[in-house]
Design a protein around this ligand. Sequence first.
Ligand code: KG4
Ligand code: ZN
Length: 361
Amino acid sequence: MTIKKEELLLRVNLLFMVILAIDTSCDETSAAVVAGRRVLANVIYSQILLHHQWGGVVPSIAKKAHEEKIDYVINEVLDRFKRNNKGKAKIDAVAVTQGPGLAVALEVGIKKAKELAKKYSLRLISVNHLEGHLYSPFVQNRQGNPNRAFSFPYLSLIVSGGHTELVIFQDHLKYKVIGSTLDDAAGEALDKAGKLLGLGYPAGPVIEKLAIKVKNKDYYHFPRPMINSEDLNFSFSGLKTAFYYFLKKMPEEQRIKNISFLASSFQEAVFETLVKKTAKAIETTGIKKITLVGGVAANLYLKKKFRELARKYQGEVLFPSFKYLSGDNAAMIGVAASFKAKNNFFVENLDSLDRIPRMKL
Ligand code: KG4
Ligand code: ZN
């Protein structure tokens, strides 16, 4: 008897716990259904338009939007899962981001996850948001693609709006942070520079486009704080201040005329720092398998630089398996949760689970 492809997929799904994952750590309300590394359904409601004019995420607006959208996002993802799964929609566990993130935003997801776990007697898994980003290159679609095997250890660089961290991803659920930003995160620096240029929030993708117009030229050569320091830490606030005073001295019409060169030069200062510190980390640890994850990893120019870096050291680099996995999403949270479930890491006492806004890896 031949088994139809859809039937086979269904059987694979039955091998794993089917997890409903929720992420409300910042400005995306997201829910996903995963089985092992496979994403069976994923929904992301982005609040970008609500924060755009303010040049950054406004906590009170984020909280309200999460509260308004969470039920819709969860119902929608369950509907899609059911449609994709021949009408069967049994969920075995709930997973939720516990931190790091915006306290008032995290709270919304945690409250909902507890509510669902209690109502339907489901096990609950708490996940560190950064853990989710680290698993993002290994997340698969419904068909099980890409079929990447794990080959630990990895040297991972997390670059997002809230984080810039160099991590040794030693094994499943085992991480060692070897470098962090001392002040602003890489994405935050891009967003702040973009705000000074009047580009709105988030500025990273706009800066990327402006820089492409001038072939990513480093015209102004802004400072790269700590680029040659002995450690693996980052600092971007000095660059931001230098950029601020540079713009202040520049007449308005010059600023408008040269906006692409300004954006490109700022981006280059950030990216060169990321590449140099990662090179230093490769030399210190001897690990040549790199992963680049987080919102800034959506940048094609940065990806190119990391491919070159990997080639230079005869290593390899992995990026989030699909573009939607670089930004915030519940799919990566669900996949990290699958590995926690496999190791029996469940929340023991539902009532005691609380958000940890500054949660470490
Ligand atoms: O991972 P993410 O969605 O949220 C956090 O956990 O912070 O990252 C958002 C950050 C923002 O700073 C945004 O400007 C940046 O990622 N970003 C980009 C690009 N797309 C998003 N930065 C550079 N180039 C991009 N294409
Ligand atoms: Zn994130």
